[in-house]
Unconditional design. Sequence first.
Length: 352
Amino acid sequence: MLREEEKNNEVTPLTDGVSVTVLLPMRNAEQEIMRCLNAIMANDYPSDLVEIVVVDSMSTDASPDIVRGYIKKHSFIRMLVNPKRLPSVSLNMGLDAAGGDVIIRADAGSVMEVDYISRSVKLLRDTEAVNVGGAQTATGVSYLTRAVALATNSSYAIGDARLRNAQKEKWVDGIYLGAWWRETLESLGGFDDHLADDENYDLSFRLRRMRGKAFYSPALRSSYRVRGSLPRVIKTYGGYGIRMARAIKGHPDALRPSHLAPPGLVIMFMISALLFLYSWPAGTIAPGFYLLHLLIASRRITRRRRYQIAMPLVLFTLHLSWGLGFIFGIFRWGLPRRRTKTLLKAMAGRGP
């Protein structure tokens, strides 16, 4: 960590006195919160222009005590308590308490690169973007979590993996975490605190509706550590699918062809199972092609044989979990019919 006197630089033309609040929602993060805070504090942005607002959602582990230890040593760190536990409520509480001109979101499991804050401020100043973000790299410490991280970082995973590790700057629909001028968030009324976990999807859509642009830069880098066992991975990705279905219910135009692929895979396996009862060759054709796809993808993801062995199972788990979660969400909240028909026609080559 940089010494305090090294970080308290004079205001430079790059910063121009722009103050920053890092919002950090947290719940039961005792394994990660120290890495997260240390990375934020090690950033090269002048420390007298940065504050960290941690919002704890009634953690039952030692993470609040860990944060209190930091607060005793650093006056620019504060902690609020969110009894409702929802991340969107935590973010709004932090926004209300924020004093910075720029708001940067962090997650307790994320680790920012040393220039993350300064690059975020520069991008907001130099572009017309109302939201900026960058590359997200998964890491792991065990055989399973490393395999999941390799899969997640590839273009064969679920969702916006191509975006999370894209090598070129581009305008995008939405990004991981995010950085905004505070006045932008306040003009939107903050995050929708009626939402459980899909507040980022909702915010990105509302920004697009007001013709606000989101900008991705690969120079903005952060990482996060994959946690848990295979059941936890299944629960996590199933939750991603459920949250996406709910987000699409509120914002039908957010539905993309990539969202229909995992539930389509689930339906394909169901149909194949029925076909197998009548003709086993017919029932194995589609799953066979999918297995071939997984084997090819595994070789492209990693050349290390020990991970190639597990990679087909990991990819299958990610795809199936997300697809089942999305289908569950559809049964609960429905699917926008008009938008779905438009996408299916486009995917079939007949045009929207």
